[in-house]
Design a protein around this ligand. Structure first.
Ligand SMILES: C[S@@+](CC[C@H](N)C(=O)[O-])C[C@H]1O[C@@H](n2cnc3c(N)ncnc32)[C@H](O)[C@@H]1O
Length: 266
């Protein structure tokens, strides 16, 4: 049996009771923290709460050589990830591989950043379009700095349809956790290069440390927001599309957004 367990958003106590029971019953516990991670805890604290050793898996262990899956043929194996295991990950691939090996599967859902953003900002989940992910820039063979333009295009398409965009930020082994500030800087760089004006006129919303006692939620014009101090990671960015009047009010009152948002609606 292989049990996928979502750990929730911030610390070891965000796991559900069902998840905790499942991890305590497991013979082997594996975890990956490259798709998301819980910044308010450490693997040792999780191990203490679970009473189990947690074996950390790399991206390669999960996506290329998941040999450890074989152990689930005759053992009870738990696989842990931050948030929900199946939201903005490719872990359905693991599930399909396991099914092919005849392994019984169980899912224990976890609180996800995808739903937390609606709770924290008041932006309604059914008014979001396709999500985007911003990767760190990389160097071409000739030494040029390359910035992916795909997230910009996604935001532009959503905004033309009046839809909000949820923008996940890169987690890189060497470069660390991308901030809202860097993400906005990269989007504005793409925009300036293309001579377009989707982001610089828009109000954007940044969130830091969702799930903690004091998450930071701030809305402002992108040009201003890119210099706002969000503090420690994890961060996420939202570029709202057309606002419902309740959403505008929520951004002003819950995210200290510019008052003009409400005037624009009225
Ligand atoms: C690729 S997504 C994976 C989402 C995860 N499976 C879930 O359901 O929450 C991870 C990205 O979401 C954002 N994120 C995740 N947890 C967060 C949190 N607690 N606070 C702010 N942003 C978060 C960060 O941008 C992070 O790089």
């Amino acid at each position: 049996m292989l049990t996928f367990i979502g750990l929730g958003l911030f610390d070891e106590y965000d796991i559900s009771l069902k998840g905790l029971e499942a991890v305590r019953e497991a013979d082997l516990v594996y975890a990956e923290f490259y798709t998301s991670c819980l910044m308010g805890t450490k693997p040792e604290k999780m191990e203490k709460l679970y009473g189990k050793k947690v074996h950390l898996l790399s991206r390669e262990d999960v996506e290329q050589q998941p040999d450890w899956l074989d152990e689930a043929k005759d053992k009870n194996v738990a696989f842990l990830t931050g948030g929900d295991t199946m939201v903005s990950t490719t872990h359905v691939d693991l599930r399909l591989r396991a099914e092919k090996l005849g392994i019984e599967i169980r899912l224990v859902h976890g609180a996800s950043i995808a739903s937390a953003v609606s709770g924290l900002t008041g932006l309604q989940n059914y008014r979001f379009g396709k999500s985007a992910s911003i990767p760190y820039p990389y160097e071409s063979r000739r030494g040029a700095r390359i910035i992916s333009e795909t997230p910009y295009d996604t935001i532009k398409q959503n905004s033309e349809l009046g839809l909000h965009t949820l923008v996940f930020l890169d987690i890189d082994k060497e470069k660390g956790y991308m901030t809202v500030n860097l993400a906005l800087g990269l989007l504005l760089e793409v925009e300036a290069k293309r001579g377009e004006r989707v982001i610089d006129r828009a109000v954007a919303v940044g969130i830091a440390r969702a799930g903690s006692e004091k998450p930071v939620v701030k809305a402002d014009y992108a040009e201003n927001l890119k210099d706002f101090d969000f503090g420690k990671p994890l961060h996420i960015l939202i570029v709202p599309g057309k606002l419902h009047f309740l959403e505008a009010e929520a951004l002003v009152k819950l995210a200290a957004g510019p008052e003009e948002l409400m005037e624009d609606i009225n």
